[in-house]
Design a protein around this ligand. Structure first.
Ligand code: GLN
Length: 309
């Protein structure tokens, strides 16, 4: 950027000075014990703009568990393959419930509200298992292409830890299978879902991987299209309305960008036509979203005066 306009790096530094003095609120997720081993004071943020500018602060190049942010990537893959057929088995409405809730599924006949809650992502995993002979490899290939990094991989310890304690996810798949909305064996669906949640990325890799969603479905560094412009638009709409579970309204209200959180403390968000940003701070608020991460992004969009609204 030129002239009087601040660079994103300058804005990052201003925002960081403010949030660094905020009270240290929130707790690290430990219902997946391996996630509980991460130091609660880690903080990183990275912004990649479509015109090539970038900004980075703190632990922007440290790997962390992307957890539910992976739901955006699996959904993008499945949407590209199955298009509108997805909507027979998963909805597009915000749930207003926690990410791992079982309640709605029972009275809505095993059809999850949207692809970004656990139940919806489990259905999307079931779709991917139908299409790819080697779904794990296909998923890694997709992520490495988006992140422009052949080293992106999963953390086997996080995978095992979640598999050992994944009672609620097992309950969700079993309930949906009882309604006929899961076609593969329960263990196979869970296996793939825990794998996707155990992927590790840095803020830099995550922001880079979200750039196609800010760019109408095209990977900027290669020019490859991963989604049609219309599907990229729909994916952003889903992130805005469903990306933060029962806090999607708050995120939209305070930050004003489509985005997705994970219980590893990451948040990735896009400003279509401008940038993708990823922030990581493992202390979570009561809704399971990064306390400092949300705060940082709120100040970023306020200071730059740039949000989708
Ligand atoms: N792997 C986590 C789970 O299924 C993902 C939840 C999240 O990040 N919100 O519980």
């Amino acid at each position: 950027m030129t002239g009087m306009k601040k660079t994103y790096q300058e804005v990052f530094e201003e925002v960081y000075e403010e949030v660094e003095y905020l009270p240290k609120q929130g707790t690290v997720a430990d219902y997946i014990p391996e996630l509980g081993t991460v130091s609660e004071n880690r903080f990183g943020v990275y912004l990649a703009s479509l015109d090539g500018e970038y900004a980075a602060l703190g632990d922007a190049y440290e790997k962390f568990s992307i957890q539910s942010i992976s739901k955006v990537f699996t959904f993008a893959m499945a949407f590209d393959v199955f298009g509108g057929d997805l909507w027979m088995r998963v909805g597009v409405e915000p749930s207003g419930d926690p990410f791992n809730s079982l309640a709605q599924l029972e009275y809505e006949n095993g059809i999850p509200r949207n692809p970004l809650i656990n139940a919806g992502a489990l259905v999307i995993a079931d779709f991917l298992l139908s299409h790819f002979e080697h779904p794990r490899e296909a998923f890694l290939r997709f992520l490495r292409k988006l992140g422009n990094n052949p080293d992106i991989d999963y953390n086997p310890k996080v995978f095992e830890s979640e598999k050992t304690f994944g009672y609620r996810n097992a309950a969700l798949v079993n309930l949906m299978k009882s309604f006929g909305n899961i076609t593969h064996p329960v263990a196979e669906v869970l296996d793939f879902y825990f794998f996707q949640c155990a992927i590790e990325m840095t803020c830099q890799e995550l922001a880079t991987s979200f750039l196609p969603f800010a760019n109408h479905g095209v990977i900027p560094h290669s020019g490859e299209r991963i989604l049609t412009a219309s599907r990229a638009k729909r994916l952003n709409a889903l992130m805005l309305t469903c990306g933060f579970y029962d806090e999607a309204g708050q995120f939209s209200f305070k930050v004003g960008l489509p985005g997705k959180s994970g219980v590893g403390g990451g948040i990735a968000a896009v400003h279509p036509d401008y940038y993708a940003v990823a922030v990581w701070s493992p202390r979570l608020n009561k809704k399971g979203n990064s306390y400092l991460g949300m705060n940082f992004l709120e100040r970023l969009t306020t200071k730059t005066g740039m949000s989708i609204f």
